[in-house]
Design a protein around this ligand. Structure first.
Ligand code: AMP
Ligand code: TRP
Length: 322
């Protein structure tokens, strides 16, 4: 069983990223990477991308991911190489149906071609390592489905080459919502100072204030009810995810919104503060971070080589006997 996941450095990491993704990256044989190639599918600023990539990689290390599992996608050229082979295995029809493409690009002539082919790169990320589990938040299901379809098709047309991956759904925190707009996902692409978004590296007093100011619902009863009480339900989900509790059960313990908010703020900070301490320690030792990322890179290069080679040969690309 090998687990693999990536996070795109399109913004600074949020509590949603931590609860929905990062903290589930625990497989000592896994592969967890900063998906910087994926951050170029829309207009981007190279200097900001470098900074966000480094911050994200350091945060992944600070989150206690197993040693040797963390790397930066562009350090492993096999991802881009296999992506091209998979573009030759995918259909325009299936790529046009991707929600992300439809939302961000469809029809506009200046849409980057890479936004359209992005699911092939993601499939390459997954298939290179014989991954069978992909822990991601709910918004990525369609991409993992495509990776499955591509693997099945490749194996059928060119011979058994890839493991067909499973989607690994989170029991909790599938979608942490924005604190000011609790029907929308808390997103790292929101502007940096959006008050509804908790960033993992925001100062603790700012985070506490954000939770205390979260939008609630009319009526004063604390109840888990997504449709009628999206704000309170989101706070309960966050509290439950941070304390390994059950959101429906937790609701019964709170007579008022204020009490729920105070405990949620404490629970969020209990998760975030140790992470911030470790981040500060690592960030002050860039050589140690470089070494850890080089270790992850080398392991990923080794692990991905056989499948890339197998795919190259299977598709008829064997060149000078290599
Ligand atoms: P993204 O920030 O959309 O690039 O997502 C990176 C990873 O974090 C993916 O596995 C997402 O599904 C997960 N994720 C992002 N935002 C949230 C959220 N608000 N709640 C739960 N998981 C999330
Ligand atoms: N597309 C994912 C996101 O935007 C990040 C990602 C890239 C990924 N490659 C992956 C996730 C492979 C899981 C597996 O969040």
């Amino acid at each position: 069983m090998t687990s693999l996941s990536g996070i795109t450095p399109s913004g600074r990491l949020t509590l949603g990223n931590h609860l929905g993704a990062l903290r589930r990256f625990t497989d000592p044989d896994g592969f967890y990477f900063v998906a910087n190639l994926h951050a170029m599918t829309t207009k981007h600023d190279p200097r900001r991308l470098v900074a966000l990539t480094r911050e994200m990689a350091t945060l992944m290390l600070a989150a206690g991911l197993p040693p040797g599992t963390v790397f930066i996608q562009s350090d492993v050229p096999a991802h881009a190489q296999l992506a091209y082979l998979l573009e030759c295995t995918s259909y325009v029809g299936e790529l046009s149906r991707m929600i992300q493409y439809k939302e961000k690009g469809n029809g506009r002539p200046m849409t980057r071609a890479s936004l359209f082919t992005y699911p092939c790169l993601m499939a390459a990320d997954i298939l290179l390592y014989g991954t069978d589990r992909v822990p991601v938040g709910g918004d990525q299901d369609q991409h993992v489905e495509l990776a499955r379809d591509v693997a099945v098709r490749f194996n059928r047309e060119y011979g058994e080459t890839f493991v067909v991956p499973q989607l690994q759904k989170a029991a909790l925190a599938m979608r942490i919502k924005d604190l000011q707009n609790p029907t929308a996902k808390m997103s790292k692409s929101d502007e940096d100072n959006a008050v509804g978004t908790i960033r993992l590296l925001d100062p603790p007093d700012v985070i506490r204030r954000q939770v205390m100011r979260a939008v609630t619902d009319s009526g004063g009863e604390v109840r888990h009810d997504e449709a009628a009480k999206p704000g309170i339900t989101n706070l309960l989900e966050i509290l439950a995810a941070c304390t390994d509790g059950d959101p429906v059960e937790l609701a019964k313990a709170y007579p008022t919104y204020g009490a729920l908010k105070a405990d949620t703020a404490d629970a969020v900070l209990a998760v975030i503060e140790p992470l911030q301490k470790e981040y500060a320690r690592l960030a002050s030792d860039p050589v140690a971070v470089d070494d850890l990322l080089a270790e992850g890179r080398d392991r990923a290069i080794e692990a991905s080589r056989p499948r890339l080679q197998a795919a190259v040969h299977a598709m008829g690309l064997a060149g000078s006997g290599g």
